[in-house]
Design a protein around this ligand. Structure first.
Ligand SMILES: [Zn+2]
Length: 255
């Protein structure tokens, strides 16, 4: 049986593909089928680089791209696009017309080579506890856990982006960030452009932004392999953070 996110109906009014269509300015559109096919090929070639090529993962990418099956792997750009499109549609429906804040919070730093020692499910729990201590636990929230590569520190910064319903800014400012080496350990922004902000609560890409220009560069093969192996141990939903909501079939409902 196919997972709910692969077959979920998406209403055009909440469809990020309709709301953020392809345009000349590369950053302003939601990824297209052609974009993810290109990312998938590029990722496959990085995974096949010596030493220690990731043959299993690169074969999965190739088979999924050629339509033999839907691999449902978080590292697959084609499948991630479908999952993120589903998530964006439900998040836009729930939060698009409401007062809310978008939060980015640093959770953990691990050295290059040690990403396997961390776990998105444990990080979700860590975030849940932080929110409880800050007094934000009763609001509806949607977001996710991501690993960002920091070349200058040779480390991974595990962090979360999530949207919080209501006027919770002062409570959110109480979130504990601990001893963080992240440049901005806690960022809180008002949700004022839902179609630009909400589709990016959860990403799985293998790029990093090492320069002040924030331009995206592909990760080097070694880091690409580490990230893909880590993501490949989990399902998409393991990276998804929900509070005050439950999933019923393909829909998210307030509790
Ligand atoms: Zn796939």
């Amino acid at each position: 049986m196919k997972p709910f996110w692969l077959t979920a109906p998406i209403s055009p009014q909440y469809d990020v593909v309709v709301l953020r269509p392809f345009a000349d300015a590369k950053r302003s559109h939601f990824e297209t089928v052609n974009d993810v096919s290109r990312y998938s090929k590029d990722l496959e070639s990085r995974l096949l680089r010596k030493p220690k090529p990731c043959r299993t993962e690169s074969e999965i990418l190739s088979d999924c791209r050629h339509g033999y099956y839907d691999c449902e792997k978080p590292f697959c750009p084609k499948c991630a696009r479908v999952f993120r499109r589903w998530l964006a549609s439900r998040t836009l429906r729930l939060f698009g017309k409401r007062r809310a804040h978008v939060v980015t919070i640093f959770l953990q730093e691990v050295a290059v080579g040690a990403l396997h020692s961390t776990d998105p499910i444990k990080l979700r729990n860590r975030l849940r506890i932080k929110l409880m201590r800050a007094g934000v636990e009763h609001s509806a929230m949607v977001g996710g856990i991501e690993a960002g590569f920091k070349a200058d520190r040779a480390s991974w910064l595990l962090h979360s982006h999530f949207v919080v319903e209501g006027d919770m800014e002062s409570e959110l400012r109480r979130l504990e960030v601990g001893s963080s080496t992240s440049r901005v350990p806690l960022m809180i922004q008002a949700l004022n452009e839902p179609t630009a902000q909400l589709p990016y609560m959860l990403k799985f890409h293998s790029y990093h932004r090492p320069t002040p220009s924030q331009r995206a560069y592909p990760l080097k093969p070694t880091q690409t392999k580490e990230l893909v192996r880590w993501q490949g141990q989990y399902a998409f939903q393991d990276f998804l953070f929900l509070r005050g909501l439950r999933r019923r079939g393909p829909d998210l409902e307030r509790l």
